[in-house]
Design a protein around this ligand. Structure first.
Ligand code: SF4
Length: 271
């Protein structure tokens, strides 16, 4: 018995191995084996930033869906999706965003989406749609690996994989690893010529596009890394494979704090 590999699982383990243990069993208990569908369960994201990020992702996802079906879409439709999401969060759970107003979050998401249509989307609208926000799995040796790319498209024959970012990556994130996993998946499933695969981060905060080149050696290293990670994680029944790595900042933001004695002690003692 092993844990499927995903970028978010690898991040959890690197941040605190025990959090991957809790995460795995929580998802297994929920009978949901889609390891890539957990992007919300990440450290450092609760609160205003997470609400804005999810609002923007939800709105851009709706835009891409409409575009892929040839339906009407555009700035105001997409902004409204984000506004509706933000108001729903405030109506359902005001404690998440205690010191913010819906208007301030709407102001920010409006600005991101306006920038998306002004600066970013003109560079995508002639692409040929392939898929977006689908949980996709592939095999590395005997390990199942999950990805959930924000958008895959063809541009002049190149296979382009894009991840929308509404903020700068946090210190414990490794967007370069995330993009290499996308490239490995694209290479296995869609495009045998690695030189025709393009992976990129697109920042709605300033309209920047960061492209990353991926070489065959990178993918070989990634294969080794995935196999090594799954070996290191071992049997998810064995808690000792997943030691705690507590700190006040991590534990106080950890979604599994309620299950974790070591984390609770750390938060209580304010270490
Ligand atoms: S509460 Fe702290 S020690 Fe426990 S799983 Fe979370 S980050 Fe790790």
């Amino acid at each position: 018995m092993t844990i499927d590999w995903s970028y978010s699982n690898a991040r959890l383990y690197e941040s605190c191995p025990r959090s991957l243990f809790y995460h795995y069993w929580q998802r297994t208990g929920a009978n949901d084996d889609s390891e890539a569908a957990d992007e919300q369960i990440l450290y450092g994201q609760p609160g205003v930033g997470a609400v804005i990020g999810t609002a923007i992702h939800t709105a851009l996802g709706e835009h891409i869906s409409r575009w892929s079906r040839g339906e009407q879409t555009g700035l105001e439709i997409v902004r409204q999706v984000a506004r509706d999401y933000i108001h729903e969060v405030f109506n359902n759970n005001s404690t998440v965003v205690s010191d913010a107003t819906p208007e301030s979050l709407v102001h920010t998401s409006d600005a991101h989406i306006g920038r998306f249509f002004r600066v970013i989307w003109p560079q995508f609208r002639d692409h040929r749609y392939i898929l977006h926000e689908e949980n996709c799995s592939f095999e590395v040796g005997s390990t199942k690996v999950w990805v959930r790319p924000d958008l895959c498209a063809r541009d002049s024959g190149n296979f382009v994989i894009t991840d929308w970012k509404s903020r700068q990556p946090a210190i414990f994130e490794d967007p370069s690893l995330q993009l290499r996993v996308y490239a490995l998946w694209g290479h296995q499933q869609f495009e045998p010529d690695i030189d025709r695969i393009s992976v990129q981060l697109v920042f709605t905060s300033d309209g920047r596009i960061e492209r990353q080149s991926v070489e065959k050696e990178d993918l070989a290293q990634l294969n080794d890394r995935i196999a090594g990670d799954v070996l290191k994680w071992g049997d998810p029944n064995d808690r000792t494979n997943f030691p705690t790595d507590e700190s006040f900042e991590k534990c106080s933001n950890c979604p599994y704090l309620h299950s974790c004695n070591a984390g609770q002690t750390t938060v209580t003692e304010g270490k």
